[in-house]
Design a protein. Structure first.
Length: 395
């Protein structure tokens, strides 16, 4: 039978585990013309939640324009995709959809073409004087066009932008101000902004000095509860007539640090390991450990490249995060142990965070740094960057 543990791809309806409430809230925002920020670390399943929510919202008659901001190197590329997407979806609703799009997005001077052989729409954007020096104005004009489209249709219209913080990182304060002024006028359009830079997005939405303060609701994505996720893992192994030790399932969660992507990846490799073992068809802690070794070895070249791209001080900070489980990194003993000073530690942690290698988790009276990929720490141990003793060797 096929391996039941899927990772690295958008999950479809019926494949998500215990995200029903999150999906319900996103669908409610999409169909109710609301504004919502979906915030959560990478590998926690935001994109899959958006995919399932989009599918359900479409079943309720909504028109959804969903795009990943990180997939487009420039504002022009993103806006062209939004216009082409609008044209594609208007074809089933209006005659002469291309002409409708040119009218709705007139500020962009779009040139819309349709390829009948591939059934695809493409759009080119005219860069007029109003857009020179202010590329973010392109996005403002595109969203204004979406708002006009919403006014002309008797159905909900929604815009989903995944990895939304990418737009702000590129455009700075100007794009925040302009988007806030634009979006708050669009009462007929729903907006869902999803992002993984939790520190940045928390500041954007909770800081009264930032333009997006209280612009919409906030939905923070945490780990999937172990009880529900554990049942799903057991079901996956049971379908192949494999028996499961409870301790093995807990070990998967511990090693993956409850990150859904990593739980699925380790469960996937453990399933393959059990299937390849002709001696017994049982998931044990020993099998999980072997699966982890295989997984880390498989991704070794990626981890090696990531490590070598770090400066020596960043490598020391990374080792400190892994060895100290992300806590007390500015304490005198920790700084001395890793031969760093407080300012260098702060700078190195910020650099690692900006490259999505680590993330900061803030809780009541507690701040902890965590690796985005918990298996990276296992690789650090295997290559000797972190020794089995208390004092890791440093470069």
């Amino acid at each position: 039978m096929q391996n039941p543990f899927i990772f690295g791809a958008e999950l479809e309806p019926g494949q998500l585990v215990d995200r029903e409430e999150e999906v319900r809230q996103v669908v409610g925002a999409l169909t109710g013309r609301q504004k919502l920020f979906l915030i959560g670390p990478r590998r926690f399943g935001k994109t899959s939640i958006l995919n399932v929510a989009e599918s359900r919202a479409r079943e309720q008659g909504a028109m959804i324009l969903r795009h990943d901001a990180e997939a487009y190197p420039t504002y022009e590329d993103l806006v062209s995709a939004i216009v082409a997407n609008a044209a594609r979806q208007l074809t089933s609703l209006a005659a002469k959809a291309g002409e409708q799009v040119v009218k709705l997005f007139s500020a962009l001077r779009p040139k819309v073409t349709y390829d009948g052989s591939s059934n695809t729409w493409t759009a080119g954007i005219g860069l007029g004087e109003t857009h020179k020096g202010e590329p973010q104005q392109l996005l403002v004009d595109a969203l204004d066009g979406v708002a006009r489209m919403a006014e002309s249709l008797e159905r909900p219209v929604a815009v989903i932008i995944d990895e939304f913080q990418h737009l702000v990182e590129n455009g700075g304060a100007a794009v925040e101000r302009q988007l806030r002024a634009t979006i708050q006028r669009h009462t007929q359009v729903a907006y869902v902004f999803a992002g993984s830079k939790t520190s940045l997005l928390n500041d954007m939405t909770l800081n009264p000095a930032r333009p997006f303060y209280r612009l919409g609701g906030r939905l923070f994505l945490g780990p999937v509860p172990r009880d529900d996720f554990g049942k799903a893992i057991r079901r996956g192994f049971a379908k192949a007539k494999f028996t499961v030790d409870d301790a093995a399932v807990e070990r998967i969660f511990d090693l993956a640090e409850d990150v859904p992507y990593n739980v699925q990846a380790l469960a996937n490799m453990a399933w393959e390991t059990v299937r390849a073992d002709g001696r017994q068809e049982r998931l044990t802690v020993a099998v999980v450990e072997r699966a982890l070794d295989r997984l880390v070895a498989q991704d070794g070249p990626f981890y090696s490249k990531l490590w070598n791209l770090c400066t020596q001080t960043q490598q020391r900070a990374l080792i400190a995060v892994a060895a100290m489980h992300g806590r007390g990194l500015h304490g005198a003993e920790v700084l001395q142990r890793f031969r760093m000073v407080a300012s260098t530690m702060t700078k190195s942690l910020a650099a690692l965070e900006s490259r999505d290698i680590i993330r900061r988790e803030d809780a009541f009276e507690d701040t902890r740094w965590k690796l985005e990929d918990p298996f990276f720490a296992v690789w650090l141990v295997k290559v000797g960057a972190i020794s089995s003793g208390r004092q890791p060797p440093l470069a």
